[in-house]
Design a binder for this molecule. Structure first.
Ligand code: OOG
Ligand code: MG
Length: 255
């Protein structure tokens, strides 16, 4: 018999995200299915507050991320309108618990996609691609979690910036990227770090969304996952990302 209350755990995690306060790791031994159910319920609370669903984020699609966090399974989370930070805009440190940033690539979905698809089928559903920065913020103390903890916490989603969209024909294979703080390189990497090719993350996104009984819809954004380990944010810095032949994006961090 189930020993825990999915709604209560969803409310606790949503409250921690909304109030930017850390919460203890889940003590309950929950199943992965229940962790995704908590994620869905916590996002429903955001939607009830007026946010809109705008896509999904993939997690642990690179070795650097798996090694940094000690979790080696691919995970995903839901993106809402409240998480979107304008390119060139700013965030306030006090709205987060202990935010980090990581370089990613974003896909703009042009046609419905769900299920077991090939890379060419995934590409055919993509309208555009862009450089992106994901601001992750675990609601758990010390940014430590198990696989089910992080899934229940919407895979640490808290914000993201998307640069100018470019044609989906842009080849994403092995593009060099540099994430910089105040113009000083903070992390170097390649788009190839994302499952060998970021398009594989779109293929995985189609599969996980189908498993959830949902479909990627035209207009949805898919974040492919961090290409390097994440870096902690601090007040006053400017964060930028430049991806070879794809473009750049950035944001400021206020107090
Ligand atoms: C979990 C989210 C992972 C990624 O891009 O791999 C993720 C975390 O690291 O807190 O967003
Ligand atoms: Mg990420």
């Amino acid at each position: 018999m189930m020993q825990y209350d999915l709604d209560a755990l969803a409310e606790r995690l949503d409250g921690a995200a909304h109030g930017a306060t850390a919460t203890p790791q889940l003590e309950e031994a929950i199943s992965l299915d229940d962790a995704y159910a908590i994620q869905r319920l916590s996002i429903e609370r955001r939607l009830q507050r007026g946010e809109r669903r705008i896509g999904i984020k993939m997690g642990f699609t690179s070795r650097a991320k798996m090694v940094q966090m000690g979790v080696s399974d691919l995970i995903w989370g839901r993106l809402t309108s409240g998480m979107l930070v304008e390119d060139g805009g700013s965030i306030r440190l006090r709205d987060y618990v202990h935010p980090r940033v990581e370089p990613e690539v974003a896909f703009l979905v042009g046609r419905p996609l769900s299920g077991r698809v090939t890379a060419p089928q995934a590409l055919a559903a993509v309208d555009a691609v862009a450089p992106a920065l994901e601001i992750i913020d675990s609601r758990y103390r010390d940014f430590r979690f198990s696989l089910t903890d992080v899934v229940a916490d919407n895979s640490s989603s808290s914000g993201f910036v998307v640069g100018p969209w470019r044609s989906a024909a842009t080849d994403l294979d092995n593009l060099g990227l540099v994430m910089a703080f105040d113009g000083r390189p903070q992390a170097f990497g390649s788009t190839a770090a994302i499952l060998g090719h970021p398009l594989r993350s779109m293929v995985a996104a189609a599969r996980v969304i189908a498993d959830a009984g949902e479909t990627l819809q035209p207009g949805d954004i898919v974040l492919a996952g961090g290409a390097t380990a994440a870096s902690a944010l601090s007040a006053g810095i400017h964060v930028s990302l430049e991806v070879e032949s794809l473009g750049r994006c950035g944001f400021h961090v206020e107090d």
